[in-house]
Design a protein around this ligand. Structure first.
Ligand code: CXF
Ligand code: ZN
Length: 370
């Protein structure tokens, strides 16, 4: 079929919204009519060249929609099913899926590979084969994806809200709950209040943290953080140290989560400085691919038995956690509506990313027109 998509042809250039040819689903694939796509910073990491991928590429990895057509071998979903597209597929069979670590599914090797899981390309434009971000490509009203990438959800959940659970909400929540291992009464610090940070604050709140400090230089984001679960705010990691010391009688944070737009090695030292004895520092934010140097005050790291953890998709299991989080949303415990600052048409995508980079959005969302 012919449809349209936001395509990246060259690093550093804006997204180009143009006509594409979308193939029918292969045996293990499905076509999804997408309702919405979140504007996650990771697509901008690709646009700037921080994350090298095969270009041209249709962006977008945070979407939800309705299954329109399924391939001949698909058994897990059917036309009419409502689904969230998970940015990491879950095969259900590999060692990681089988041991409750589906976020590390071996099919994740395809995230930055270029070709589809079953080989080849489903999108063509200007006579060329086109890759898809995270083997999804949600910056289009339609996507053909592998059945391992879709998670069925209940029909009553608004799809434009559910979209955020395909990356940001789950990643942030899991960073606090699974990777940070937040427990009732803990102190949690979240550095950077975008989509991931806003969800990390809520994960900390839902896990029963007592002190939740949100750090962001943008004043209205600090205000928003207080509505989502933060109990205290600070402008920077440096400015957070004194109030955090006082609030915790010098114990500092049990959990520190880095959720800034662009991670840098030099941010790890300041993050660890906010984490106390036996504390966990979680590096969730995406860094430029070739970033290798990290500042790490080694003596206190050792003497205070701190831990530094990386994290993909919040350490979550998409097939279990996406429905779980949407249940919390339905009950009013997980606030997703409040995370969506503004909606855009697909044609407005570059404005959406400019708003994100200027600190005007927690999450921008494209609402697809059909
Ligand atoms: C990223 C993680 C690194 C690969 C691209 C997607 N995750 C979510 O935004
Ligand atoms: Zn993302």
């Amino acid at each position: 079929m012919k449809t349209k998509a936001a395509v990246l042809w060259e690093y550093g250039r804006p997204w180009s919204v143009e006509e594409i040819e979308l193939d029918d689903p292969g045996p293990h694939e499905v076509r999804v009519k997408l309702a919405a796509s979140g504007l996650c910073h990771s697509d901008d990491h690709v646009r700037t060249g921080d994350l090298p991928v095969r270009l041209p590429m249709v962006g977008g990895h945070e979407g939800a929609g309705v299954i329109e057509e399924v391939g001949s071998a698909v058994t897990s979903v059917k036309p009419g099913d409502h689904v969230v597209l998970a940015f990491v597929p879950a095969c259900g069979r590999c060692r990681w899926c089988a041991t409750g670590h589906s976020n590390l599914c071996d099919l994740g090797a395809y995230l930055m590979h270029g070709e589809e899981i079953d080989g080849g390309f489903r999108i063509h434009a200007r006579g060329q084969d086109v890759s898809t971000m995270c083997i999804l490509g949600t910056f289009s009203p339609y996507a053909v994806v592998h059945e391992a990438s879709v998670v069925k959800i209940d029909d009553d959940i608004p799809l434009e809200k559910a979209a955020l659970v395909g990356c940001g909400v789950t990643t942030g929540y899991g960073s606090a709950v699974y990777l940070g291992e937040t427990r009732p009464g803990d102190t949690v610090v979240v550095a950077g209040i975008g989509g991931i940070g806003a969800a990390a604050l809520q994960g900390a709140r839902l896990a029963g943290a007592k002190i939740i400090m949100a750090i962001d230089p943008v004043p209205w984001k600090r205000e928003m953080a207080l509505k989502l679960g933060a109990t205290h705010v600070a402008e920077s990691m440096e400015a957070a140290l004194e109030p955090l010391t006082e609030l915790t009688r010098g114990e500092l944070a049990d959990v520190g989560i880095l959720t800034v737009g662009v991670a840098k090695g030099e941010l790890i030292g300041p993050l660890l400085a906010l984490v106390g004895k036996n504390g966990r520092a979680v590096a969730t934010a995406v860094a430029p691919y070739y970033e290798t140097q990290v500042s790490l005050p080694l003596s206190t790291f050792t003497f205070f038995q701190k831990q530094l953890r990386g994290g993909l998709f919040g350490g979550a299991n998409p097939r279990a956690d996406i429905p779980r989080l949407l249940n919390l949303y339905r009950e009013g415990q997980l606030l997703i509506d409040e995370m969506i600052t503004r909606t855009y048409t697909l044609e407005e995508i570059n404005q959406g990313y400019a708003d994100m980079l200027e600190g005007r959005n927690i999450r921008g969302v494209i609402i697809h027109e059909h």
